[in-house]
Design a protein around this ligand. Structure first.
Ligand code: ZN
Ligand code: ZN
Length: 347
């Protein structure tokens, strides 16, 4: 039995499992509109997840073919994974922010080996040791090109325009662009009075941007073709403040559980990142590569126990923090160092 929760005012959530993932579930939200039910996110592309989604809808008397539209908070597979299957079964439109649609399109059209070459070059520049790079070189030589997940994810057919109301009959759902976790992450602001009369401005579907107990991963916006130096952590912190200003009555996140005091949670996350940046600045008393920095940063377990792929994600997170420190003028690259190291300035 799918766990279905009614949140009032024509909003439900369905707990859709994520296979082999400590996160456990995606909370797929269902919004009633005058033209039919609309999903916010869909869940992981997996048969059990699909059955859970379909089963959950059935308990509400909704057949999958009745789904009118799908609004996606961001392109990650635990949110966008089942979109294609929902569209195939229902003819529903799929809406996403263009920056994340760009990621989906890029992933679908990548030639074999392109991602492998990109990640190898990136880790080399970041100062990864030879033993970490060896499996990547071996894969290149053997011709076994590991590709990124999401190769088959559906190409959205509608753009989400930041700041505008979505075209949903009888509902006021406004897209709030919240880049950081991904370049095109959006939160969705339901500008309707809270069904239980809670004080504040409506409700917010927050995706992965604002979760009650998890600080979302902020890494680089990995784009092999992109030359621009982006600042995802800076984007994320700005996006948090944008959300705080909405002063919503309740947050309906895509993982964990709903909560009310969004301002307090935003402040916690801002403080968390401020502390983390200060800690990294102290580590940079000596010149370090992004790899060195990742090794010294605090993670949920010791560095040598972190799985291979997660180490790559950790390096990306270290780089996002370095970008922020450089942008703030708190760190700088050491000229002539190879691989490039960074050192704190000021302080
Ligand atoms: Zn995500
Ligand atoms: Zn997620």
């Amino acid at each position: 039995m799918t766990q279905v929760t009614e949140h009032g005012g024509g909003v439900w959530s369905l707990k859709v499992p994520i296979p082999d993932n400590p996160l456990g579930h995606t909370l797929v939200h269902l919004l009633d509109t005058d033209r039919g039910p609309v999903l916010i996110d869909t869940g992981w592309d997996d048969p059990e997840s699909w059955d859970t989604l379909v089963g959950g809808l059935a308990t509400l008397g909704i057949a999958i073919k009745d789904i009118h539209g799908v609004v996606i908070t961001h392109h990650h597979p635990d949110h966008h994974g089942l979109s294609g299957q929902v569209r195939a079964a229902s003819g529903a439109w799929i809406a996403m922010h263009p920056a994340d649609t760009h990621v989906v399109r890029r992933t679908r059209t990548q030639v074999p080996g392109q991602w492998l070459d990109y990640i190898t070059a990136k880790l080399t520049t970041a100062g990864a040791p030879a033993e970490h790079l060896a499996p990547l070189h071996a894969a290149r030589e053997s011709g076994r090109m590991r590709t990124v997940p999401g190769l088959n994810s559906a190409l959205p057919d509608r753009d989400i325009t930041p700041g505008e109301l979505l075209d949903l009959a009888g509902r006021r759902l406004r897209a709030i662009w919240t880049p950081g976790h991904t370049p095109g992450h959006v939160c969705l602001h339901l500008e309707e009075e809270h069904p239980s009369g809670l004080a504040g401005n409506g409700r917010l579907f927050s995706g992965d941007h604002l979760l009650p107990e998890i600080s979302p991963h902020i890494g680089l916006y990995e784009d092999p073709a992109e030359e621009a130096v982006t600042d995802p952590l800076g984007d994320y912190l700005d996006s948090l403040e944008r959300i705080e200003r909405l002063a919503v009555a309740e947050v309906l996140p895509a993982h964990q559980y709903p909560f009310t005091d969004s301002a307090a949670r935003v402040q916690e996350l801002l403080a968390h990142h401020e502390e983390r940046l200060a800690g990294l600045r102290r580590l940079l008393a000596q010149p370090l590569t992004p790899w060195d920095l990742a090794v010294r940063m605090e993670w949920n377990r010791p560095w040598d126990q972190i799985p291979y792929g997660s180490k790559n994600i950790a390096v990306s997170e270290a780089e996002a923090h370095l970008r922020r420190l450089v942008k703030l003028g708190h760190a700088e690259a050491v000229e002539g160092s190879d691989p490039l190291t960074y050192v704190a300035v000021g302080a």
